[in-house]
Ligand binder design. Sequence first.
Ligand code: ADP
Ligand code: MG
Length: 298
Amino acid sequence: ATPTAVMVGTGVGASQGTLIKGGQALESAHKVDCIVFDKTGTLTIGKAVVVNTRLLKNMVLREFYEPVAAAEVNSEHPLAKAIVEYAKKLREDEENPIWPEARNFESITGHGVRAVVRNKEIIVGNKNLMVDHNIDIPDDATEMLAETEGLAQTGILVSIDGELTGVLAISDPLKPGAREIISILKTMKVKSIMVTGDNWGTANSIAKEVGIDNVIAEAKPEQKAEKVKELQASGYILAMVGDGINDSPALVAADVGMAIGAGTDIAIEAADIVLMKSNLEDVIVAIDLSRKTFSRIR
Ligand code: ADP
Ligand code: MG
């Protein structure tokens, strides 16, 4: 395409809410034949809500949630936001809650968080995080995890001072139209793959809902990037769509990295194209625009 065509193309993109960082990104997009989608915040709305809590110890919900929220309030993760929102509603100072201090806060990317609250060690996250800390998972908890995964929800475990204390079921529904977007991509001869740090059970349930057959779950950030490179090595021209810090290595590795506008700053920086409105359909708009811009010059 002529420099003018590229300028016009990027301009049209911008006016439609698709920020294309330079001509190279616009050019690569028309060759894309495979897209790797992150799950949380990308295919799903990323506004998760707690829908169920099972306590394994004798305590009231408010008492249970206080240290959990005190730890999670330090995390940017959508699941953390859901947990804090839920915990707020259990309190009288709901509008402006004062959480106890969380010391030694640590975020374990793709796994969860850890902190010391009121002299107790609080660990909140997935099963692997508990296994890594040698925390025993009773049958009750395993059962509830299986149940939540079957419902396409995410099960989060809470350990207090080394003892598994509760299981939360968190639901994060698909973005409206997600299923249609995947099916339109199929007609455009673009293959869709889902890569997520979430567990296999939940990942498979969501993939089935959205109509993606190809899933990789429990993937660490480096593994997301590795998968991208592996697909490129097998000949695909690849776009990655993601929103999280954990997606940035894959966004950089992809031929075209696309960040969800509502995503984290690090993902937006790592991407070549930013979907400002956070709409999945803008993935198609971007590819379409590129195809139109670059088919004129033949
Ligand atoms: P995705 O790739 O779907 O965006 P992540 O890699 O961000 O997911 O997270 C993977 C999993 O790690 C989550 O499904 C959750 O089980 C756990 N996790 C990550 N961050 C947190 C957190 N702040 N609190 C609780 N669990 C978390
Ligand atoms: Mg995400």
